[in-house]
Design a protein around this ligand. Structure first.
Ligand SMILES: [Zn+2]
Length: 748
C-alpha cells in the first residue's frame, strides 16, 4: 500500500470518527477536538484507590453499558478522575482527554468530574462496537446554572423507586435541579408530622377511571399515596449523589383543596371539602387567617431540614379570588392592611410567607402570578404563562427561571394526536423545544443576568403511570438539556435529531419507553388562493411516502409523494412511510371539505382570542378540518363572547344544507355552544332565521353539525353560535368562563 493511500485512509478514519463523536453527544460540548488514534476498551481500568462517589457511579454505569465491570487497576488505572483546584473556572466545568495514556477527566469540582463521567459514558456507548475511544479533548461548561426538570406527583403519584429513575434519566443529560411538585388540589404528598391529617386525609382521593396503577392503599375505591420524611431524605440524598438539587413546591394560596379537605377551617367558607378528583382550577383556596399562616409555617419548619436547597417554591399560581371577595375576614384584612383589592391580598399572603421563609435563611420561587398585586421583595419568578413574567421580573431586578408552556410543557403532544397517546390538548414537538432560547430578546445584557436558566414541566393529569412519564420525557429531555447547556443550534435541528436517534440505542437497551413521533410522517394542509395544498414530510426520504386520495389504506403501490399535493376534490388523504415495501410509520389522515362556502369571503362580528386565531376568519371556510385533539391549528377559539360569522356566497344561490364544527374538551374548559342559529339573507340587511339547534342536538352530532334545511335562495348566510357561558358545577374549571372552539362551515 502506498504511503498516500495510508494517509488518505487515516484521514478518512479520523474524519469519520470526528463526525460520529460530534453527532452523538447530548448536550453537545462547548468545545471538542478529535485527534488521530484511539484507546482500546480492554485497556480501560479504574484506579483501585478511587473511592469517590463519581468513580463508583462510573463503575456501575460502565457495567450497564459494556456488560462487564471495569477492571480496577491496583495503582492508578487508565481512567483518571482528577479533582484539582483551579482559579476562575466555571464551577461545573470539566475537561475530558482521551490520549495514548488513557482517559483523564479534570475539574475543580466533583460536579464537573460527574459531568465528565456522563460524557465519557455516552462516548463508551457510541463506540462500543469498535471497542475503542477516539483520542479527543473536550472542554465543557454549561451556559445556565439552573437546568431544571419538574415532576407533578399530585395528579398522579409515583413511587420512590420511580422518582429515582426519573433522577437517573435527567442526571444523564446534566440537568441539575429537580422541582418536586408535592402538593395540589388532588393530593398532598409529603408527610408533615405536626399535622398528620394533611396526608391521612389529603393524600387520597376518590378513584376515577383515569387513575393509574400507583395504588398505595388496600382500598380499591381510593387513589393516592405520599412520601414519609425518611423517604424524602432518601430521595434528596440520592439526587445529591447525582449532583441534582431538589426544590420542593408547597402550593399556596391556591391549589390547596387537598389541604382544605383535611383542615376545612383554613378556608373562607369552612367547607366541607373532598380531595380534588377533577383537573382544573378550584375556587376554594387558603383563607389568609392566623390559623392558616400558623399551619403553613409549621409545614415550612418541617420542610426546611429535609431539603438542603436554598429555595422553597410556594406556587402562587391560579388562585381565583371568588371566595376572598365574599369572605368577611378577607375583606376586613384588606381594609386593615390598606390593600387595594384581592390581588394585593394575594401579594400580602406571599410576602408574609416570604418573610418567614427568608427569616429561616431560604428564598422563595413562585409561578408568574405572584407578580399580580406586587412582587414579594426577594422572590424569584418562574415564568410559565409566557415569557412576560420573566421579562417583568428581570427588568425589576428579580431573578427568573424560564418555563414557558409554549416550549417546555412536556404534558403536551409530541406529534400527531392520531398516532400519540392521549395528552393535554396542545402541541410541543421536539423541534419546538429545541428552538427555545431562554433569554428573552427584550432584555439588555445586564437584565439577562437575572435569567437563571430554564426548566421543563411534567404535569401529570394525563400521565397515569411511570412508563408514560418516560414517554413524555423522551426524547424532549435531550432538547431541553442542550438548550439549558447552551450549545443548541436551532438552524441545525436535523443534525440534533440525528444525534437523538443515535441516543435511542441506549434508551432501548435500558428498556426506557419513549416517543418515536419524529419518525412519523408530518402533514401540513394549507390554502393558497383558490387551491388546497397538502405537504408531507419525514426525517428520512420523502420519496418513500405513499398516499391515497380515496380513503383507502396506503400501500407500497399507492401514489408516491413527490411534491406538494394538489388536493383537488379529495375529501380524505391518507399517508404513511414505507421501507422495503413495508409500512413503518402510522397512517395519518387529513380531512378536507368542499362546499359552496369554501374559500368565500367571511366576516366575524368579534375577533377570536389571540391565542387561537391562526388563519383568522378564513380558517372557517378554508376547506381544512382541524384535529379534534389539538385545538390550536385550524380552530378559532373564543372566550366570553358569542360567535357571529357571515359568509358571502357572492351570488344568490340555493342552499339546502348547512354545517359547522364545534369542539368539546372539558379538561381544558372547552364546551359545546348553548345553541347554533342559522340565518339567511339576499341583501346582508334583512336576515331570516332558518333553524336553531340546541346543545343536546349538537352533542348528538359529536360537534359535526350538518343540517338539511328547506331549500332556499340566499347570498349571505349567518351563523350565530352562542357560548355556554360559565362552566357548570361538577365540571373541571367550574365557575370559570368556558371556551368556544369553531371550525369548518359548509353550505350546499
Ligand atoms: Zn377568607
Amino acid at each position: 500500500m502506498s504511503r498516500i493511500v495510508i494517509i488518505a485512509l487515516l484521514a478518512f478514519c479520523c474524519l469519520s470518527s470526528t463526525v460520529r463523536a460530534q453527532e452523538t453527544l447530548i448536550p453537545r460540548p462547548q468545545k471538542m477536538e478529535v485527534r488521530p488514534g484511539a484507546f482500546p476498551f480492554d485497556k480501560l481500568s479504574l484506579a483501585g484507590g478511587d473511592k469517590t462517589n463519581e468513580a463508583h457511579y462510573l463503575e456501575t454505569q460502565w457495567r450497564s453499558i459494556l456488560e462487564k465491570k471495569p477492571s480496577r487497576g491496583d495503582g492508578k488505572g487508565t481512567v483518571k478522575l482528577l479533582l484539582e483546584p483551579s482559579k476562575g473556572d466555571h464551577p461545573e466545568a470539566y475537561k475530558l482527554l482521551v490520549h495514548a495514556g488513557g482517559v483523564e477527566i479534570r475539574s475543580s469540582s466533583s460536579t464537573g468530574v460527574f459531568y465528565g463521567v456522563q460524557t465519557l459514558l455516552q462516548l463508551l456507548e457510541e463506540h462500543r462496537h469498535e471497542a475503542s475511544l477516539p483520542y479527543l479533548e473536550i472542554t465543557d461548561y454549561p451556559r445556565f446554572g439552573y437546568r431544571g426538570m419538574h415532576l407533578d406527583v399530585c395528579r398522579h403519584f409515583f413511587s420512590v423507586e420511580e422518582v429515582k429513575h426519573f433522577l437517573d434519566y435527567i442526571a444523564a443529560y446534566k440537568i441539575n435541579k429537580f422541582h418536586w411538585h408535592l402538593t395540589d388540589d388532588q393530593g398532598w404528598r409529603i408527610e408533615i408530622k405536626s399535622h398528620p391529617k394533611l396526608t391521612r386525609i389529603g393524600a387520597f382521593r376518590e378513584r376515577k377511571p383515569f387513575d393509574g396503577d400507583a395504588q398505595k392503599t388496600a382500598d380499591s375505591t381510593v387513589y393516592g399515596g405520599f412520601y414519609t420524611q425518611d423517604q424524602i431524605r432518601d430521595v434528596v440524598a440520592y439526587a445529591a449523589s447525582l449532583h441534582i438539587e431538589v426544590i420542593p413546591e408547597i402550593e399556596m394560596p391556591g391549589h390547596a383543596q387537598a389541604a382544605l379537605a383535611a383542615y376545612p377551617e383554613l378556608s373562607c367558607t369552612g367547607g366541607p371539602f373532598s380531595v380534588g378528583v377533577n383537573w382544573g382550577v378550584m375556587k376554594d383556596i387558603f383563607c389568609p387567617k392566623e390559623e392558616t399562616f400558623a399551619l403553613l409555617e409549621d409545614v415550612i419548619d418541617e420542610i426546611i431540614p429535609l431539603f438542603p436547597s436554598s429555595y422553597i417554591h410556594i406556587g402562587g399560581d391560579e388562585a381565583p379570588k371568588d371566595r376572598w371577595k365574599a369572605c368577611a375576614h378577607c375583606q376586613a384584612l384588606i381594609k386593615k392592611e390598606e390593600l387595594k383589592d384581592e390581588h394585593e391580598l394575594q401579594s400580602y399572603f406571599i410576602t408574609r410567607m416570604e418573610k418567614y421563609i427568608n427569616s429561616k435563611g431560604k428564598k422563595i420561587i413562585g409561578w408568574d402570578e405572584i407578580l399580580e398585586g406586587g412582587l414579594a421583595p426577594n422572590a424569584t419568578v418562574m415564568s410559565w404563562t409566557g415569557i412576560e413574567g420573566g421579562i417583568q421580573a428581570a427588568k425589576s431586578g428579580h431573578d427568573a427561571i424560564m418555563t414557558p408552556a409554549s416550549h417546555v410543557y412536556f404534558d403536551y403532544y409530541q406529534g400527531n394526536p392520531q398516532t400519540e397517546p392521549l395528552a393535554f390538548s396542545a402541541d410541543l414537538p421536539l423541534e419546538q423545544v429545541y428552538s427555545y432560547n431562554p433569554i428573552p430578546e427584550a432584555l439588555t445584557d445586564e437584565e439577562a443576568k437575572h435569567i437563571l436558566g430554564t426548566q421543563a414541566n411534567m404535569w401529570t393529569e394525563y400521565i397515569p403511570n411511570f412508563k408514560q412519564v418516560e414517554y413524555m420525557l423522551f426524547p424532549r429531555l435531550m432538547a431541553l438539556a442542550e438548550v439549558a447547556w447552551g450549545t443548541s443550534n436551532p438552524t441545525s435541528y436535523k443534525s440534533f435529531e440525528d444525534r437523538v436517534v443515535s441516543q435511542f440505542k441506549l434508551l432501548d437497551r435500558k428498556n426506557i419507553h419513549y416517543s418515536k413521533a419524529i419518525f412519523e410522517v408530518v402533514g401540513e394542509a394549507s390554502r393558497d388562493a383558490d387551491k388546497l395544498n397538502y405537504t408531507l414530510s419525514t426525517r428520512k426520504d420523502p420519496l418513500s411516502i405513499r398516499y391515497t386520495r380515496d380513503g383507502s389504506e396506503p400501500q407500497e403501490k399507492s401514489f408516491v409523494y413527490k411534491d406538494v399535493i394538489n388536493v383537488g376534490d379529495a375529501t380524505l388523504i391518507k399517508a404513511a412511510y414505507f421501507e422495503n415495501g413495508k409500512k413503518i410509520s402510522h397512517t395519518i389522515n387529513q380531512h378536507f371539505v368542499h362546499s359552496k362556502a369554501t374559500g368565500k369571503p367571511i366576516q366575524l362580528a368579534e375577533a377570536p382570542h389571540a391565542n387561537y386565531a391562526e388563519g383568522g376568519a378564513a380558517a372557517l371556510v378554508d376547506g381544512i378540518l382541524g384535529s379534534r385533539a389539538v385545538h390550536k391549528k385550524h380552530w378559532l377559539g373564543f372566550i366570553r363572547k358569542d360567535v357571529e360569522a357571515t359568509i358571502d356566497l357572492q351570488n344568490v344561490d340555493t342552499i339546502a344544507s348547512v354545517g359547522v364544527s364545534v369542539l368539546e374538551n372539558k379538561g381544558i374548559g372547552a364546551h359545546y355552544p348553548a345553541s347554533i342559529t342559522v340565518l339567511t339573507s339576499t341583501d346582508n340587511q334583512t336576515f331570516r332565521t332558518v333553524k336553531t339547534l340546541m346543545v343536546e342536538e349538537i352533542r348528538k352530532a359529536d360537534g359535526f353539525v350538518k343540517l338539511a334545511i328547506t331549500p332556499q335562495k340566499a347570498r349571505y348566510v349567518k351563523f350565530v353560535v352562542k357560548s355556554s357561558g360559565k362552566i357548570a358545577a361538577g365540571n373541571p374549571l367550574e365557575g370559570t368562563d368556558s371556551w368556544l372552539f369553531v371550525d369548518e362551515i359548509t353550505l350546499d
